[in-house]
Design a protein around this ligand. Structure first.
Ligand code: TXA
Ligand code: MG
Length: 359
């Protein structure tokens, strides 16, 4: 019934792509005030605009305006059963959109004190102000407080939370710069607020905190910049392996095939022994750039995530940028070198292995 209502809302929203000019509005210190005012004005009018966060760029709309939310799904070509993250600007606003059970209050207060503002999203039961379109009919809502000063100022100016998925077309690579957003959504939205390159480069960690047999459990629904190790002090951390039955809702962002470049991507443990097929153009996504010289002539293009040192934070920041670069080279295949699966490497490998699944 709920899904029927959602579909009805979407199909009757009267929206279809009206091709428009997409302006990139700079949020540099000299023009920041003006740009923030313009962003707020557009959101108040029910428009959908791209906004900077420290993780990736978001496609934002007034979280309480269902028509605007319907536009987000349309612009992104996102199925209506995939819910959006609600971005708040204050700690108090969490309680305005979500229900914090008394048995979880202490751990949630500790988690937000430690990681907000920042790349941590909490999934909690929703309050009635969150419409069914935002939550895709689920009884829960995903909430986060971004650390990006421009995003924060825009939410403050609007005086309401902003619902925002990543600003890419559905299933594609998340944008980490205003230019990357333009490539994804040009002519579909009126404005992109340019707050510079994203500092984290990977989408937020999504967790579902719960109490089980008297113990606090933190289930990681999507690995991200806040790692398993960082969450350990707050409760027992569980990260379901792919295909494992969990309490997790099955939504597209959690499905195998996601975050994919248009070029087929293959993960490879042992780059040195990779066998090249004749007449095929291969691109390499290298972790640290080591050893690529051995067969340098065989690769049509090489992008290195963290040249020289192989540092995971640098690799995370550059991941989507490097994938986009390779995707634009007209290759037959992108071969992605496996990353050490520890700390941030878990989130990077999560995105790479999803990108390698087709269909
Ligand atoms: O860093 C981020 O999280 C970025 C920036 C823009 O904030 N946002 C982002 O949004 O990555 P999106 O929509 O691309 O990914 C959010 C994921 C989706 O996979 C969605 O299915 C999941 O969060 N999600 C949203 N609400 C949920 C809920 N109530 N329960 C479980 N998963 C949920
Ligand atoms: Mg996304």
């Amino acid at each position: 019934m709920r899904l029927f209502v959602l579909r009805h809302l979407l199909s009757n929203s009267g929206l279809s792509f009206i091709f428009m000019t997409t302006s990139i509005l700079s949020a540099d210190p000299s023009s920041q005030k003006q740009t923030i005012l313009r962003a707020v004005e557009l959101l108040e009018r029910g428009e959908v605009i791209a906004l900077p966060t420290e993780t990736v760029y978001g496609l934002g709309a007034d979280a309480f305006n269902e028509q605007a939310i319907a536009k987000v799904f349309e612009v992104k070509e996102r199925p209506s059963f995939d819910p959006l993250i609600v971005h708040v600007e204050s700690y108090e606003a969490l309680d305005e959109v979500a229900i914090v059970a008394s048995e979880l209050r202490e751990v949630i207060d500790k988690l937000i004190a430690a990681f907000w503002p920042g790349p941590l999203t909490l999934v909690l039961p929703k309050k009635p102000c969150i419409g069914d379109l935002v939550s895709s009919g689920l009884p829960t809502v995903a909430v986060r407080m971004s650390a990006h000063p421009v995003m924060k100022a825009i939410i403050r100016g609007l005086g309401k939370p902003i619902a925002a998925p990543s600003a890419n077309r559905f299933g594609r690579i998340s944008p980490t710069s205003a230019q990357a957003v333009k490539k994804e959504l040009d002519a579909r939205i009126p404005a992109i607020i340019d707050g510079g390159a994203c500092k984290e480069g990977l989408e937020s960690t999504i967790i579902l905190p719960k109490k089980h047999e008297g113990k606090i459990l933190i289930e990681i629904l999507r690995p991200g910049p806040i790692t398993r190790e960082m969450l350990r002090n707050f409760g027992k951390v569980v990260m379901p392996r792919r295909g494992e039955e969990t309490s997790m809702v099955q939504v597209p962002g959690h499905l195998a095939s996601h975050y994919a470049p248009a070029t087929p991507l293959v993960l490879c443990e042992d780059i040195d022994n990779f066998s090249f097929e004749a007449n095929k153009a291969y691109g390499l996504l290298s972790f640290d750039g080591q050893k690529t010289w051995q067969k340098a002539h065989s690769w049509k293009a090489i992008e290195t995530l963290s040249p020289g040192k192989g540092k995971l934070p640098e690799a995370a920041v550059r991941l989507f940028h490097c994938l986009r670069q390779l995707d634009e080279k007209g290759l037959d295949r992108i071969i992605a070198q496996s990353i050490p699966s520890r700390g941030l490497g878990v989130a990077i490998m999560d995105r790479l292995s999803r990108a390698s699944q087709r269909g």
